[in-house]
Design a protein. Sequence first.
Lengths: 218, 218
Amino acid sequence: MAKIFIRELDNIKKIILSLGAMVEERVRLAVAAVESKDAKAAQRVIKTDYEIDEMEVEVEEACLKVLALHQPVAVDLRFLIAVIKINNDLERIGDQAVNIAQRVAVLAKHRDVNFEFDYTRMAEKAQTMLRMSLDALVNLDEDLALKVVTLDDEVDTIQRDAYDHIKSAMKENTDKIGYMINLLLISRHLERLADHATNIAEEVIYMIEGEIIRHGNY
Amino acid sequence: MAKIFIRELDNIKKIILSLGAMVEERVRLAVAAVESKDAKAAQRVIKTDYEIDEMEVEVEEACLKVLALHQPVAVDLRFLIAVIKINNDLERIGDQAVNIAQRVAVLAKHRDVNFEFDYTRMAEKAQTMLRMSLDALVNLDEDLALKVVTLDDEVDTIQRDAYDHIKSAMKENTDKIGYMINLLLISRHLERLADHATNIAEEVIYMIEGEIIRHGNY
């Protein structure tokens, strides 16, 4: 394998990891803004989303360049296609961080409501899943990727708890239904974020096995 | 360009269109099940989702085969990468049809509730967007793809109306909050479905222009 090709693959691994780190940080900031009902901090997450979009384009262009110049086959071809799809998921995780941040404006208007839902555990799990799925990608670690898939069930369980919990609170606080719907939607955004991390992990397993586990056949 | 390569590209166009038609039909069935509160029809949508998953795999494998055997460059390379990403969006639209269908069980239990939300207009718009985005793909029709992007704003407007409408209904029917949340979630699934159609259209424009419009820079 040409040295320049190896160097370019390494470069792609480096930039997809940077994008992953950037996305992870945005998720952290968005959830922190929810917890503190800090509308200004939420605005920063919304306004800087273009940086993630730009980096997504950079990753895809790098992959297309390597595909066109080196015309890789077999495992290298699968790796590049996996990166292109994972790149897409990372950008959408960034969009979820924006969605979460957009809910903060409503929360900030209701500082008096004393019903809160603790998103920390759910958010931390989702972030762990994201980090693990990217580590699994660069280290081609199938076991780690499989762990992410099982973690997704835990996030779904917390999401169902959130749903029940918030639903009962709605009945008791009919004057705060807008606020409560926002809490419900935040929990769904976190769930979708975890889904994207799961997609990444499944893509890694698919690439390694060259087989299909994506749709539960394992 | 080798005849066999042209034939294989044509075949890929054909199977992605079949997948598109299959996905469109599932969306139609899921929305019909909502409208008629028909839990059995909804179950059929859920149980046959594996067919979409299998076809997604088939499309991706076909693309990888062409990439490995013919090592296309320039516009053909971009086309194949676009199909791989669009394929992914189609599979996720299928997941949204399943998500919608999963809500029907709760609706069916509340045949007595006389509050309904008319999803027909929203669903029809989302389906039109899906059909147009796939036509834009196979005909490389940039104008048509741009039209899809503008339609997405209309779906977002209907979604906001749904939100306001259902929110007020919740306040007046606090004993039916679970039912109402289901209506709200169906409208969000339809919105996400339209988002995926928009992603497809943006991918087509991106491919044609070889430029980035995906992130609103147009």
